[in-house]
Design a protein around this ligand. Structure first.
Ligand code: BTN
Length: 247
C-alpha cells in the first residue's frame, strides 16, 4: 500500500502528462495528483525540446506539488524529486544512477531519465508540476548519448513499479519542502549526490560555451561555477561533464 497523498491516474495515450497536470492544477487540483501515461503524443523536454519514447517503454509521469516555499527555491523542490527517482531506480535495479546538474539521471555517462518542472500560479496558490521521463526499455540503440534501464542494468522494471518506488521515496522527503530548514537538508543531499560537483564542465550558453569548474550549489539550487578564479551562478541551461583525469 502506497504511503503519502498520491492519487494516480493512468492514461494509455495523452498529449503530455505535464500539460494535463498544469491544466488540472489551474482548475484547482490538490497536491498529490499523479498522472502516468504509456505514451505521449507531444511530450515536452527541458529547454523547449521534445521528449519521445516507444509506447510502454518509459515511465512518463507528472506529479503535482503545492509546497509552502517561495518560487526562488523551486530548483530544490525539483532536486528532491530527482533524488527520489534516483533512489527508486537504485531500489528497483540495484544500480544507483549518477545525477548530472540540474536533474539528469545517467548510467555510465548515458542519460536514462530527465525532469521538466513547471510552476503555475493558480487561484489556490502556486503549483509545481514535476514531469519525469525514465527510459525503462527499448530505447533506440543508435542514440549513443542515452540508454534505458534494461540495457544499462539488465534488470526489467515496469514504469508502474518505478513510479510506485519513486512516490515511496518522495513521501520520505515531502515534508522537507515546506520550510527553509527542510530545504537546507535537501540542498545538502543534492550537493553530496550530484556527480557534477568537483568536475570540469562545459556550460552551454546561448552566447557560446564556457569551460569552468563546478564547485557548489547555492541556497536556491543553482550551480556555482568558477571560471579562471571568478565565481558565477548558472540558474538554467545544459552542461557537459568533461572526463575526469585518469578516467
Ligand atoms: C528533459 O528534457 O530531460 C526532461 C524530460 C521530461 C520528460 C517528461 S515525460 C513526462 C512529462 N511530460 C512531459 O511532457 N514531459 C515530462
Amino acid at each position: 500500500m502506497l504511503t503519502g497523498p498520491w492519487r494516480i491516474e493512468t492514461f494509455e495515450v495523452i498529449d503530455s502528462t505535464n500539460a494535463y497536470v498544469v491544466a488540472r492544477a489551474r482548475e484547482g487540483a490538490l497536491e498529490g495528483l499523479v498522472v502516468r501515461a504509456d505514451s505521449q503524443l507531444a511530450g515536452k523536454g527541458r529547454l523547449d525540446r521534445i521528449w519521445q519514447d516507444q509506447p510502454g517503454s518509459a515511465m512518463l509521469t507528472s506529479i503535482l506539488l503545492r509546497p509552502a516555499v517561495d518560487e526562488r527555491h523551486l530548483q530544490l523542490v525539483v532536486a528532491a524529486v530527482a533524488l527520489s527517482v534516483r533512489e527508486a531506480v537504485g531500489h528497483a535495479t540495484g544500480v544507483l544512477p549518477d545525477l548530472k546538474w540540474p536533474n539528469d539521471l545517467q548510467i555510465d555517462g548515458k542519460k536514462v531519465g530527465g525532469i521538466l518542472a513547471e510552476l503555475v500560479t493558480t487561484s489556490s496558490g502556486p503549483a509545481v508540476i514535476i514531469g519525469i521521463g525514465v527510459n525503462c526499455s527499448d530505447h533506440p540503440s543508435d542514440v549513443l548519448t542515452a540508454t534505458d534501464l534494461l540495457r544499462a542494468t539488465h534488470v526489467a522494471v515496469t514504469p508502474a513499479e518505478l513510479l510506485e518506488a519513486t512516490l515511496e521515496a518522495l513521501s520520505q522527503r515531502r515534508t522537507l519542502l515546506d520550510t527553509p530548514s527542510g530545504l537546507t537538508v535537501v540542498r545538502s543531499e543534492y550537493v553530496s549526490t550530484l556527480d557534477t560537483i568537483g568536475r570540469r564542465v562545459v556550460v552551454q550558453r546561448p552566447d557560446g560555451d564556457v569551460h569552468a569548474d563546478a564547485i557548489d550549489i547555492d541556497e536556491t539550487g543553482a550551480l556555482v561555477i568558477d571560471v579562471a578564479g571568478v565565481r558565477s551562478v548558472v540558474h538554467v541551461g545544459d552542461i557537459v561533464h568533461l572526463r575526469l583525469e585518469g578516467a
